[in-house]
Design a protein. Structure first.
Length: 112
């Protein structure tokens, strides 16, 4: 398949799910990848329809994930009304890596 990308990184924020008037759903979230030079690259990820439900059920903030998908180009208007574009990954599959991050509530209880 052409236009394929695979990344491994940590989820920056919990996935947000959007439902469109057509009935389609999309989960969106960001993934931080260390590029080896102590710099972080951020990727915007989209998961559509059935995949979006799996994402919301399984992917949490801080979780290490392997994402596979296709690069896409999203155009949008800035707050100043200017046209802009951003690369996104349209996810085709994912794999959970490493340990599940501890939830804040459990770490607060342990400290109390």
């Amino acid at each position: 398949m052409n236009n394929t990308i695979t990344i491994i990184g940590h989820v920056g924020k919990a996935p947000e799910i959007l439902t469109f008037s057509s009935g389609k759903t999309m989960a969106k979230f960001s993934v931080a990848v260390n590029n080896g030079d102590n710099k972080t690259l951020w990727f915007a990820v989209q998961a559509w329809n059935e995949m979006s439900e799996r994402v919301v059920d399984n992917i949490t903030k801080g979780r290490e994930v392997l994402i596979q998908g296709r690069l896409g180009l999203e155009t949008y208007k800035t707050k100043k009304g200017e046209s802009a574009a951003a690369l996104t990954i349209r996810m085709t599959s994912f794999h959970l890596c490493g340990k599940k991050p501890q939830e804040e509530s459990s770490s607060v209880k342990a400290a109390a």
